[in-house]
Write a protein that binds this ligand. Structure first.
Ligand code: ADP
Ligand code: MG
Length: 236
């Protein structure tokens, strides 16, 4: 069933049935909270990049997105903004626990992604962080349930599932795989599958990478629900 679904998604992508671009070209034309708009303006983000124009309207509507665009095209904001808006709209607070998980192939990238969350989430109040080896695992175990947004490598998260007795993701709203091609590669297969088996099935899932995922088997593992496929080509 998951595989049939994945096959359909890939066939659609192969036939060039990309989702429509939204009519909006600037961030301030999107239905965003004032706090997010203010932070974007302060960070001097005004015009959206192509992948942002293509992905944000769908992601903000709560749809699953499979996004492909080359490195440097601005994929980070295409998932950071929807994550922040989701938690804001749900009035997420400290007692609600882990709301969104962003998986990254390296600790360095996790740190860079969290920096973008800090910038765009400047005027918001939820907590979060990059869970990387800089902080000790012991101290992390005490802190992890108070984080609303977690950015980390699959290995670090699996360690918490295994070792942190009260670690609770039952409220999770959104899962993001950055560098999705790498995350679905067999290097991370065991860990990513373990994570997916332990988080709620009803959730929004966003996948972003530089190249289009072509493996039906890999896509089936994340079980996207009727995703929008957005792709930006080289001439951009
Ligand atoms: P990718 O993940 O696709 O490789 P990034 O999200 O890391 O790309 O963004 C690359 C660079 O472009 C970053 O320095 C980021 O701040 C900048 N950037 C992203 N979106 C915009 C935008 N809409 N306007 C101006 N700069 C942007
Ligand atoms: Mg990136």
């Amino acid at each position: 069933d998951a595989r049939a679904n994945a096959r359909k998604i890939i066939a659609k992508a192969a036939a060039g049935e990309y989702s429509e671009y939204g009519a909006c070209t600037r961030f301030d034309e999107l239905p965003l909270s004032q706090k997010t708009k203010d932070a974007l303006r302060k960070a001097r983000y005004t015009e959206m990049s192509e992948i942002q124009r293509a992905a944000l309207p769908h992601a903000l509507c709560g749809r699953d997105v499979l996004g492909a665009a080359k490195t440097g095209s601005g994929k980070t904001l295409a998932f950071v903004i929807p994550v922040i808006e989701k938690l804001y709209r749900e009035r997420w607070g400290p007692e609600d626990g882990v709301g969104c998980i962003i998986l990254s192939p390296t600790n360095d990238l996790a740190g860079q992604i969290w920096d973008v969350f800090r910038k765009v989430g400047k005027f918001h109040s939820f907590s979060g962080g990059a869970i990387v080896k800089r902080t000790g695992i012991k101290e992390e175990k005490e802190r992890i349930n108070s984080l609303n947004i977690i950015v980390c490598t699959p290995g670090r998260l699996v360690q918490h599932f295994d070792e942190t007795p009260n670690f609770d993701c039952s409220n999770l709203q959104m899962l993001v795989l950055d560098e999705a091609d790498q995350m679905l590669h067999r290097d991370f297969q065991f860990q990513v599958d373990a994570i997916i088996s332990q988080i709620p099935k009803v959730r929004q899932t966003l996948l972003f990478s530089a190249t289009q995922t072509k493996s039906i088997k890999d896509l089936a593992r994340v079980s996207l629900k009727n995703p929008e496929y957005v792709s930006v080509h080289e001439q951009a």
